[in-house]
Design a protein around this ligand. Structure first.
Ligand SMILES: [Mg+2]
Length: 365
């Protein structure tokens, strides 16, 4: 079997509410979508979400890298030779993980459809059918944040991620308000999105510890592995690496056990195959995994669901929000019920693309 045709599309899917954290405001999921057609008629779809922060990618840069560098490598290749394709992509250009992820996911989707198997069976087989997802609460006043959390809790959501910034007083008030609104049983995760210093993080952790926080995510800059190690060693709250969990930092991060949890994101690690390797590395270092997501469409959430379905070291999940965050998406078929993300059961990634909707949402930065 040979890859015959590869197409790339920049797609902006409108969010049904504006997203806000310490670093940005978003109105759309801005993904790049790759369609790979092979001899015999098999087709696979995959997507990646380029992020200006923290990896310096945009839709326009991702499309340029795909069209000029990555897609020309694929013509005539066997779509099952994923390791060889990853090696060649890495040799052609470092970084640019979102476009590489779109190719990786499209190849897995294609392989699954050829074999009539869900992708989780290509990743080691399924160990769970569903997983709860964190509801990500926007960086709003404590009162508004608590109202949003309370409404989601009433609909069954049991896990919440609270965004924080340098305004510690308001940030701590936000945590207190959410804990009071959702009750003692719900899981609370806090995300500082790199806005603290090491000492500020130690203070913040001691101030929020009483609200039973499951973890504090990325208190300091992604490159500050010293800071992550210092904080991890000097607070009782679990520390999660997100912006530090990049392919170029992760070996040192894990070797130094500079986090208790790592946020593994399909688009940032460069696809499902690199995610499985990252998860194995974390497991060997006694570090828990979180199946992460960014503001992204159903096609990427579906890939994330196959990752958490097949990876025992992933203990937490925040993917699976796309169906709730978009009234209309280019892909359908991912089910989320009562806060639980259901692993798709069809062949490939188990979701279907509506090319009419894809064309409607075509865009660039
Ligand atoms: Mg984060």
């Amino acid at each position: 079997m040979k890859i015959e045709r590869i197409e790339a599309f920049p797609v902006s899917i409108p969010l049904n509410h504006t997203y806000k954290d310490a670093n940005r405001i978003e109105t759309h999921s801005r993904d790049v979508v790759v369609k790979i057609s092979a001899s015999g008629g098999a087709v696979g779809w995959g997507a990646g979400s380029p992020r200006t922060f923290p990896t310096g990618e945009t839709q326009a840069s991702a499309i340029k890298v795909l069209e000029e560098i990555l897609l020309p490598l694929l013509g005539g290749k066997d779509p099952f030779e994923l390791e060889a394709i990853h090696r060649e992509m890495g040799a052609a250009i470092p970084f640019h993980f979102a476009p590489k992820s779109a190719i990786d996911c499209a190849l897995y989707d294609l392989q699954g459809r050829v074999l009539d198997q869900p992708v989780y069976n290509l990743l080691g087989g399924k160990i769970r059918d569903e997983m709860p997802s964190f509801d990500i609460l926007p960086l709003e006043t404590p009162e508004i944040t608590a109202e949003i959390a309370s409404a989601a809790r009433a609909e069954g959501t049991m896990a919440f991620k609270i965004k924080m910034n340098r305004d510690l007083k308001t940030s701590v008030a936000r945590v207190r308000a959410v804990r009071e609104a959702v009750g003692g049983e719900a899981m609370l995760v806090v995300d500082a999105n790199t806005t603290w210093t090491s000492k500020l993080a130690i203070s913040a952790c001691s101030m929020i510890e009483e609200y039973d926080i499951t973890m504090v995510e990325q208190p300091v800059s992604g490159h500050d592995i010293d800071g992550m190690e210092f904080i991890t060693r000097n607070t009782r709250v679990r520390i999660c690496a997100d912006e530090s969990m990049r392919p170029d930092y992760m070996a040192e991060l894990m070797r130094r056990r500079a986090a208790d949890v790592v946020n593994i994101k399909v688009n940032r690690e460069g696809g499902l195959l690199p995610c499985k390797k990252a998860a194995a590395m974390a497991e060997m270092h006694g570090i828990e995994g979180l199946c992460g997501s960014v503001i992204q469409g159903v096609l990427i959430d579906a890939a994330a669901a196959h990752l958490f379905a097949s990876t025992p070291g992933i203990i937490y999940n925040e993917s699976g929000k796309a169906p709730a965050w978009h009234d209309l998406d280019i892909a359908t078929g991912l089910r989320v019920e009562n806060g639980m993300v259901k692993v798709p059961e069809g062949p490939g990634l188990g979701v279907e693309i509506d090319e009419k909707v894809l064309r409607k949402f075509l865009s660039a930065d």
